[in-house]
Design a protein around this ligand. Structure first.
Ligand code: NI
Length: 189
């Protein structure tokens, strides 16, 4: 029996410009290794500590196909939710995506403002598929599939883009719809 801490540690996050964010990440061969399990636990702790929605492994300097995200319940930050009318009010508990595969369910696109821990302080308007099918492994190595829509589908697409070296500023439809968080919030209304 091991006495590994039940809580992970807070990891440093790579900022845009760091080459680790531009790599195509390699698949996770065995999700049950101590290294991967510790990384998952540390990524959960990092999300909790930073108060963000999700993080992809390359953002914590580990270029493998692994994402952790959650959606907190709506009441936390009403300002942000004004930007995301498609928000899922019920919230989503922490989800682990290992070697995720995304398939759009239709051509329908949605626009929404996105931020990123690797692009601090900035928001940009990004178009994403409105509805997607997701296939991935969870932290126990079990394959699962689900369909998500709107804001939930947006988070998954944003995080999975990191696994192919893509950051949200690369996907701006209009480069003018990009700016500092406070300014965007002030002038959007
Ligand atoms: Ni991001």
């Amino acid at each position: 029996m091991s006495y590994k801490s039940m809580f992970g540690k807070v990891l440093n996050v790579a900022l845009m410009g760091n080459p680790v964010l531009g790599k195509k990440c390699r698949p996770v061969l065995d999700p049950l290794t101590t290294e991967v399990q510790e990384l998952i636990s540390d990524m959960k702790e990092t999300i909790r500590h930073r108060g963000c929605l999700g993080i992809a492994a390359p953002q914590v300097f580990c270029p493998i196909r692994l994402v952790v995200y959650h959606i907190p319940i709506k009441v936390d930050d009403p300002e942000t939710y004004d930007l995301t009318p498609e928000y899922d009010p019920e919230g989503v508990p922490p989800q682990v995506l290992i070697n995720p595969e995304i398939t759009p369910l239709s051509d329908k696109m949605s626009e929404g403002w996105e931020g990123c821990q690797s692009v601090p302080g900035l928001l940009g308007l990004v178009e994403r598929y409105h509805s997607i099918h997701l296939k991935a492994m969870d932290e126990k190595g079990r394959i699962y599939e689900k369909e998500t829509h709107g804001f939930h589908a947006r988070i998954i697409q944003h995080e999975c883009d990191h696994l192919d070296g893509i950051l949200f500023p690369h996907k701006l439809k209009d480069p003018r719809m990009f700016g500092y968080y406070e300014e965007v919030l002030k002038y959007l209304k």
